[in-house]
Design a protein around this ligand. Structure first.
Ligand code: ATP
Length: 474
């Protein structure tokens, strides 16, 4: 496949990111000592920091800093009627194809797209997909035999039971999206928060989907986190709210440091729209290699579909009383939705860089550097005594404690290995600044600050270090 210019100049490949994530403690395969459980991943010491930084920044940006937004943290398990009302029991299906020989499973629409180049595959019925697959006599991508079954619908919700397994136990679902928690609490949110239209509720939480063909590292997993907003507006103002959220989502993409050239917006065709949507846009990211453009985030106009369905199913009046107009109506809902894992992955892919340089002995070397936006970096700075000598480590430890306290953020301390190796380690994990305490520090009360991106070094007074960093790591 020919690479476009943006791809050609990128250092990151999925394999390099997976390897770095494991090597440096960002992401490990789930249940690793048991050989792993397919498509589950655990976040290590640095991964959990990056993930938390993403979620905190999102919450600050979209909930704390907006007067028209409030927060919610709804339960994962919800009344089964929620999923009947939302349409998930009937509509939340993916078309599944099995290989009779090797038992591999595939999404029929993905086979049509990836193997036969059919762009609008998602709009086709299982029968249409089956006919196309049969006409093409497509071989199983795994074993090469021409033994693919017909496409059939497969519901993606995980289910479990509440109570001991008996006739009295209740079947419930693990939520496949966080959105429904907001719709179901809409009346309570309205009654208890003094909000008026337009307003929105934001929520961050786990969602679960029994994906047929998960994969591509953490891009498509069974258990993931969503950062979702349901924004309630007057029906006639919902189109304007949609445009305004489109701008807010672009601003977020820039805030987390993604390159505009790697992100595009794709409008769903009429046939492709979900059952609840009158308009949907996907923010797509240009993933490296053969993966190409895939969904990063979504923005949908869910109209009054969800509130109307919950009103009908629960029998509870969910209309909004508009005092100014003295009328009642169901608001329309704009939904910006963000995946935490896809944010994590794209931030890592965009930040990853390799630079040709020379090592301390003057030999050619490649420097791997993670150019993370400082506000997302797991460590904002690292304090490094030049040598493991008590007089240096005492000063370094004191500086480390001061920085942790005054910046109220995570700082690393490392006194192992030679200084060159320690710089490289910090480069690879995206630490924006290294502060080195050397023998001169004992005389002049200053340290050397090394910039991760430029490797430029400057000398600053130890006393000025918190203020120096505070402005640079926000
Ligand atoms: P896709 O087309 O990739 O399956 P979707 O359209 O089903 O995604 P939405 O229902 O819009 O996704 O979910 C909202 C967001 O949640 C997505 O934009 C994505 O960031 C994230 N997401 C959805 N499914 C997964 C998954 N299986 N693993 C990780 N993140 C996911």
């Amino acid at each position: 496949m020919a690479l476009d210019s943006a791809q050609a100049t990128r250092a990151a490949t999925m394999d390099k990111i997976v390897a770095l994530c494991k090597r440096r403690g960002f992401v490990y395969p789930g249940s690793d000592i048991y050989g792993g459980l397919a498509n589950t991943w655990d976040y290590g010491p640095l991964g959990v920091e990056l993930k938390n930084n993403i979620k905190q920044l999102w919450w600050k940006t979209f909930v704390h800093r907006r007067p028209d937004m409030i927060g919610l943290d709804a339960a994962i398990l919800m009344h089964p009627k929620v999923w009947e009302a939302s349409g998930h029991v009937v509509n939340f299906n993916d078309p599944l194809v099995d290989c009779k020989t090797c038992k591999s499973r595939f999404r029929a629409d993905h086979l049509l797209e990836d193997k036969l180049g059919i762009g609008d595959a998602a709009t086709k019925t299982p029968a249409e997909m089956t006919a196309i697959l049969q006409d093409a006599n497509l071989a199983c991508p795994n074993c090469g035999n021409r033994t693919l079954t017909d496409a059939r619908q497969f519901n993606m919700m995980f289910s479990t039971t509440i109570g001991p397994v008996s006739t009295t136990s209740q079947r419930v679902y693990l939520r496949p999206e966080t959105a429904q928690g907001i719709f179901v609490q809409y009346k309570n949110l309205l009654a208890t928060s003094r909000v008026k239209l337009p307003f929105g509720a934001g929520q961050i939480g786990k969602a679960f989907r029994n994906e047929i063909t998960p994969g591509n590292f953490i891009f498509r997993v069974l258990e993931f986190e969503q950062m979702e907003i349901e924004y309630f507006a007057k029906p006639e103002e919902s189109a304007a709210a949609f445009e305004s959220w489109l701008g807010a989502m672009w601003a977020w993409i820039r805030l987390i440091g993604l390159d505009d050239a790697h992100v595009r917006v794709r409008e769903h065709s009429r046939e492709e729209l979900s059952h609840y949507s009158s308009r949907t846009l996907d923010f797509e990211y240009d993933f490296p290699g053969t993966m190409g453009w895939k969904e990063l985030y979504g923005l949908a106009n869910r109209t009054d579909f969800d509130l109307a369905r919950h009103q009908e199913t629960s029998g509870v009046d969910l209309t909004y009383f508009d005092q100014a107009a003295n009328t009642r109506y169901l608001p329309h809902v704009i939904e910006p939705t963000f995946g935490v894992e896809r944010t994590f992955l794209t931030v890592m892919l965009d930040a990853y860089d390799e630079e040709e340089t020379v090592d301390v002995n003057g030999k050619a070397d490649t420097r791997v550097v993670l150019r993370l936006a400082p506000r997302l970096a797991p460590y904002k700075a690292a304090v490094l005594p030049l040598a493991r000598k008590p007089e240096l480590t005492a000063v370094a430890r004191e500086l480390f404690t001061t920085l942790q306290d005054e910046l109220d953020t995570l700082v690393d301390y490392d006194e192992t290995a030679n200084i060159g190796k320690r710089y490289r380690r910090q480069d690879e994990i995206g630490t924006p600044f290294c502060l080195t305490v050397d023998f001169d520090s004992l005389e002049d009360g200053a340290v050397t600050v090394r910039d991760r991106d430029t490797m430029a070094q400057e000398r600053i007074a130890i006393a000025d270090a918190p203020a120096y960093l505070r402005h640079r790591v926000r």
